[in-house]
Design a protein. Structure first.
Lengths: 649, 379
């Protein structure tokens, strides 16, 4: 046991305190650095980090606004928001998902694909987020699930709002329908509102729903919620209520609309009823139609194919979107143009031998033998073509075209429906611009009887009839009020046409349906206070060849459907105090007097009597038949019990 | 034998030893641990379970261990150094073979009631061994190459074993603690200059090894370095931890958001909020004032250790105390740098505060040695 030397000797030993201080100094410096860093972050940059922390924790959730409802002029519901039920599952509450789904499938029918989709959604999303298992569940199934709730952990029925159209087919073409926002929709909108990105949010796709989207949608509310790192909502911090969409009241009378729709059933046709005082559209129906509710829910491929492959084109809205050669219904325009130009007077006559040679071509009158000597009244009453060829050549196309525009043809009317067509009232400049060709006299002859380039939609023809009837620039109005605020009326200013000339034309139109030899005499109204004035039209969809004419014109009934003539009728009533103007077109319906006039008369009477008219309003000979028809339509119009309706009630 | 040389008679004996303990240090440790309990209570959403209560139990155990270690004369611990070192190496071997795998690394031995992390033990026993070595080594040999290489080997063996687990953070700490002790022992500064030069070269090599067959670090370790250098490259992945930690810390401001009001920790934006990132919670809820307070507590602990070390004439006592203090410093310095975005996320807990059994027990045992050195210092 040797004596240990004092350890505090030697160079290394002396170094210890010094080195300890060096190391301690380094440590102190580092600690100082940490403190400085802490100060920098917590004092100098605190605001910035606080903001980031708030951004982390606070999420803004949108509260979708309730869509505005749509009513008819009498307050009947056209478009509403009805509860729709779906079944959701919260994976973390469900535990064994397979077991729960198996149990659920014993209770209600489950779609395998849907379940698969839900499963993959569950795998992706956080376990506390609800995933939709079944959508559009019937009330019965919902109650089954509710009753068995204890056996189905994590499964809850949820109720949401979806658009519903209680009038089914009747308003499909006017109101259109809504559907979930698609990527395509978002692409169309510049700077889309965030509310559009809510899953399943519905926006208007077609028709009024699309055109009035902004006012119907309203403004989304928002709530600020606190979320944790996984996105689970911990609590609601505050909320800002949105503004529900505006309710719209249409000018349409739902009952009249329903009648018109029923009256047109079976044809490919369109009818427009316009109020001569305000321009209100009382009915604007296109047949056949479709059930817009199918589109809201997501239409099946089979249903959609049925609609697109139907040769009667149920998806196309013939009232505003369809344009047709107006045929003889255009003759009032030619007549007024000529009267205004002073080319003719009401007493001037033209001799009709059955044809007129224009240029090198021979233009035929519909009546092979001709009408003989014809004045203005007779020309409209009997619908003589040669009279108009002759008059038109004297007036010139430009004046006719101008008159057409004055009467509401050839330009788009501003109503909130989809694909409103402008029609066409051609003039010389137009042909030069579009076709690069000279306007020929033959073109004028064709145009004078509403053939050739001339195109008009049923809406335009109704407006034309209303303008002739009133002498004012009636413009159509579809929306009467938005959220109770009355929209400007379409009464319009007096037209720049001499009242005398208008009176001449009106008188002639009166004779069309009230003179024994008038083309629409059979479709007259007997009731004295409701006498109707009108004009028939039959527009060709093909050219009659020389050979055909030589062989004798084939009767319409013998032609295939799509080659038959369109039948048209425009009218207004009562004659001495016009209330409504009606335009009807039956596609490929044959003659206007036979196919279109009775329909227009029936709709007109329905409108005038504001309900089913008394049989006394009809000609005696027709009453039996009308009674039958009324009975049949009454049956059709009874509220139809729909299979899906039953499920939902 | 050598302890007989000391004036044994002047050292306290029996229960009088308690009176001679470094009580300020003990109180500081208790305060620091209490701050930890408070934070664990807070991050559990105002509940003593699951973290605060077990942590208090362990701290109680730790205090007992500290007292027992403190009462045993320091020369006993010096004589145990080699054995302790060898024991730690054996544990590292054991963990290599049978350890529990967790979070991509094989670090723990499951003892049933707690999980022991041998690398934590190694940090203390390495310091003990080196202190004993330089106590034994005649002073004039300290800077001789042969006598320098020996401790270097003693440091590198556990360092590489820990690196293999893989646990980059702890291996760097081992290296730093060992190197620091050699520096304190008086090894010539030229060696350190050489080593620093070599380390710079090594870092270059490590980075160049990336993507080659002999890649020295695991991919995740490289990624951690990448995201440390630029957290914004991966805001939702690995950089998420650093970003969220900085947000929490910075949003604390001067006074903090209030006890249990820290949104970042309460809403789980903070990762590992009860272990490695607990300082962030503290800084978020108590702000700059709270953070500085803890930093001051730590600094005081360091100061008391250094004073103890410099006031003893026993070389082993000085070195082991300074070594333990250095270890303690490295612990919190690395952890704080990490949560403040100054260092990569290497998985080093905050000493005395972070939830975790073995780290705290080992640390308390180490402070027991510091206490023992204090009690049994030659007078």
């Amino acid at each position: 046991m040797s004596q240990r030397k004092p350890k505090s000797q030697g160079l290394a030993y002396k170094r210890l305190p010094r080195r300890a201080l060096v190391l301690g100094g380094l440590q102190a410096a580092f600690i100082g650095g940490l403190a400085a860093r802490m100060r920098f972050m917590q004092v100098d940059q605190a605001d910035q980090y606080r903001l980031l922390a708030e951004e982390n924790r606070i999420n803004i959730r949108l509260i979708p606004p309730t869509r505005g409802r749509i009513y008819d002029r009498n307050g009947q519901v056209i478009g509403q928001n009805s509860p729709s039920y779906r079944i959701v599952i919260v994976p973390e509450d469900a535990g064994d998902i397979d077991k729960v789904v198996a149990k659920l499938s014993e209770l209600i029918p489950l779609n395998e694909d849907e379940i698969e989709r839900a499963r993959s959604e569950m795998r992706r999303s956080a376990p506390f987020l609800p995933v939709t298992l079944v959508d559009q569940v019937t009330w019965e199934d919902i109650s089954k699930v509710a009753v068995n709730a204890p056996a189905l952990p994590g499964v809850t029925p949820e109720v949401g709002l979806t658009r519903q159209y209680p009038r089914y087919e009747d308003f499909a073409h006017i109101v259109g329908y809504v559907g979930p926002v698609s990527d395509y929709d978002l692409g169309l909108i510049e700077d889309p509102e965030p509310v559009l990105r809510i899953p399943r949010f519905q926006i208007g796709k077609v028709g009024l729903e699309a055109k009035q989207e902004t006012s119907l949608r309203g403004k989304a509310g928002a709530k600020r919620v606190e979320v944790n790192a996984t996105g689970r909502v911990m609590r609601e911090l505050d909320r800002q209520e949105g503004k529900p969409g505006a309710d719209l009241q249409l000018s349409i009378d739902a009952d009249l609309q329903q009648y018109a729709q029923a009256r047109l059933a079976g044809e490919s046709a369109a009818a427009v009823v316009i109020d001569c005082e305000t321009g209100d559209l009382r009915a604007i129906s296109s047949a056949p139609s479709f059930d817009p509710n199918l589109f809201v829910r997501g239409i099946s491929v089979a249903d959609y194919q049925n609609l697109t492959q139907d040769k009667y084109r149920p998806l196309s809205n013939k009232t505003v979107q369809g344009t047709y050669p107006p045929g003889s219904t255009f003759k009032m325009v030619t007549a007024l143009a000529a009267l205004e130009a002073g080319v003719i007077g009401p007493g001037n006559t033209v001799y009709c031998p059955g044809h007129l040679k224009v240029g090198s071509r021979r233009f035929h009158c519909w009546k092979r033998g001709g009408h003989g000597t014809v004045d203005l009244g007779l020309s409209l009453k009997r619908s003589c073509d040669v009279y108009y060829y002759d008059v038109a050549l004297r007036v010139g196309i430009d004046k006719i075209s101008d008159m057409a525009r004055t009467l509401g043809l050839g330009a788009k009317h501003d109503i909130p429906m989809s694909a409103v067509a402008a029609g066409l009232a051609p003039n010389q400049e137009w042909k030069q611009r579009v076709h690069g060709e000279e306007w020929l006299v033959g073109d004028t002859a064709n145009a004078s009887i509403g053939q050739g380039f001339m195109l008009a939609s049923p809406l335009q023809l109704a407006v034309m009839a209303a303008r002739i009837a009133t002498g004012r620039a009636i413009s159509p109005r579809l929306v009467r009020s938005v959220d109770g605020v009355e929209q400007p009326s379409g009464a319009g200013e007096p037209l720049d046409i001499s009242p005398f000339n208008l009176e001449q034309v009106r008188k002639a139109m009166f004779s069309v349906s009230n003179d024994r030899r008038g083309t629409a005499y059979r479709s007259r109204i007997i009731a004295d206070e409701f006498r109707m004035a009108g004009k028939t039209g039959t527009s060709q969809v093909r050219n009659i060849t020389k050979a055909e004419r030589a062989a004798g014109v084939i009767r319409n009934e013998d032609l295939p459907w799509e080659r038959r003539d369109h039948a048209l009728f425009v009218s207004f009533a009562p004659y001495d105090n016009p209330k409504y103007a009606v335009a009807v077109i039956i596609e490929h319906g044959g003659g206007g007097s036979k196919a279109a006039a009775p329909v227009a008369r029936d709709i007109m009477l329905q409108a005038l009597y504001n309900g089913t008219p008394p049989l006394e309003a009809y000609p005696v000979a027709d009453r039996e038949r009308i009674k039958e028809q009324q009975k049949r339509l009454e049956g059709d119009r009874r509220p139809k019990a729909r299979p899906d309706e039953k499920d939902r009630a | 034998m050598s302890y007989l040389e000391y004036a044994v008679k002047s050292t306290p004996s029996g229960f009088r030893k308690f009176l001679y303990m470094n009580w300020p240090l003990t109180l500081l440790l208790i305060s620091t641990a209490s701050a930890g309990f408070l934070m664990l209570y807070s991050v559990a959403g105002g509940s003593w379970l699951p973290w605060a209560e077990p942590q208090m139990e362990r701290f109680g155990l730790g205090l007992t261990v500290m007292f027992i270690v403190a009462l045993v004369p320091i020369w006993f611990w010096r004589n145990m150094s080699v054995l302790a070192y060898l024991g730690s190496i054996a544990l590292l071997v054991f963990v290599e073979l049978f350890g529990t795998v967790g979070m991509g690394a094989q670090r723990w031995i499951d003892l049933g009631f707690m999980r022991l992390q041998p690398s934590e033990v190694m940090k203390v026993t390495l310091v003990m061994l080196l202190a004993a070595y330089y106590d034994w080594l005649p002073s004039y040999k300290t800077s001789r190459p042969l006598w320098v290489i020996l401790p270097v080997i003693l440091i590198l063996i556990p360092t590489f074993m820990v690196l293999r687990q893989p646990d980059l953070g702890t291996s760097i700490l081992l290296l730093a603690a060992g190197g620091g002790l050699m520096f304190l022992a008086g090894v010539h500064w030229a060696y350190f200059a050489a080593v620093i030069a070599a380390v710079v070269g090594l870092i270059a090599t490590v980075f160049n090894s990336r993507g080659t067959e002999w890649q020295l670090l695991k991919d995740y370790q490289f990624r951690r370095i990448d995201t440390f250098l630029d957290p914004s490259t991966d805001p939702l992945g690995a950089g998420y931890h650093i970003t969220q930690s900085k947000i929490a810390l910075g949003s604390g401001g001067w006074n903090g958001r209030g006890f249990m009001q820290g949104t970042q920790s309460r809403l789980n934006f903070l990762p590992e909020k009860h272990t490695d990132f607990i300082f962030t919670t503290l800084a978020e809820e108590f702000g700059f004032v709270g953070g500085i307070t803890l930093l001051v507590l730590y600094t005081l602990i360091l100061i008391f250790c250094i004073v103890t070390a410099l006031s003893t004439k026993d070389r082993f006592s000085s070195l082991v105390t300074l070594g333990i203090a250095l270890n303690f410093f490295l612990f919190f310095a690395v952890n704080m740098s990490m949560v403040m975005g100054l260092a990569p996320v290497v998985g080093v807990p905050l000493p005395m505060v972070s939830y975790g059994g073995s780290a705290m027990l080992v640390l308390m045992a180490a402070f027991g040695i510091v206490q023992s050195a204090h009690i049994h210092r030659p007078r």
